[in-house]
Design a protein around this ligand. Structure first.
Ligand SMILES: Cc1cc2nc3c(=O)[nH]c(=O)nc-3n(C[C@H](O)[C@H](O)[C@H](O)COP(=O)(O)O)c2cc1C
Length: 173
């Protein structure tokens, strides 16, 4: 039987949503992933780092830039047990500085994704997927990495139909 894993990284705390700085109890990507979870059967795995990220927006922006510049691979708190059982991975992440947050790359380098299908799902504040899909392909050259879906963070809650259509297009519904 084919099985899907929804793996995602998402922040809580201060975030610019539609140009306003607000406090998110659940990150935009997390909200999108939960909506998918309600539409289809899939296991969920939240990518979390041992070293917590700064909660304030500007400190986070600067911290993430440093990580990008150093191509950091922050250590993750836990692992997916039995990655072999999944043939499709919906990979949710925010656009950070034009690519995925570095912990998403830690995640991608932790398993063998050869022959698996990866569906990137990116939330952003205007840049769309940027380089994220190309970067995922570089790290997982033997995976079947699809073109991905980008949703503006502030529009996630109204994206039910878009998400549904995307899952249908990818034969998950
Ligand atoms: C460190 C950092 C860098 C970001 N860089 C970009 C960017 O380059 N382009 C963009 O459109 N949005 C950028 N954003 C906005 C996020 O992609 C957007 O707010 C996203 O929906 C956050 O998802 P989350 O709430 O699941 O963490 C950035 C946000 C942060 C915190």
């Amino acid at each position: 039987m084919s099985q899907t894993l929804i793996a995602f990284f998402s922040m809580t705390g201060e975030s610019y949503v539609s140009g306003k700085l607000i406090n998110l109890e659940k990150g935009n990507t997390h909200v999108a992933v939960d909506m998918i979870g309600e539409m289809m059967e899939a296991d969920q795995f939240q990518i979390k780092t041992v070293q917590e990220y700064p909660k304030g927006h500007m400190p986070l922006i600067n911290y993430a830039k440093e990580e990008l510049n150093h191509q950091a691979r922050p250590k993750l708190t836990r692992e997916v047990i039995n990655m072999e059982q999944y043939d499709t991975i919906v990979l949710g992440y925010p656009n950070w500085w034009g690519t995925c947050p570095m912990p998403v790359f830690t995640f991608l380098e932790s398993y063998d994704f050869a022959g698996k299908r990866i569906l990137p799902l990116c939330t952003h504040e205007g840049s769309g997927l940027s380089n994220s899909v190309a970067d995922i392909r570089k790290i997982c050259p033997q995976a079947n990495v699809q073109n991905g879906l980008a949703i503006v963070g502030g529009q996630v809650k109204e994206s039910q139909a878009i998400l549904k259509e995307w899952l249908k297009t990818n034969q998950l519904l």
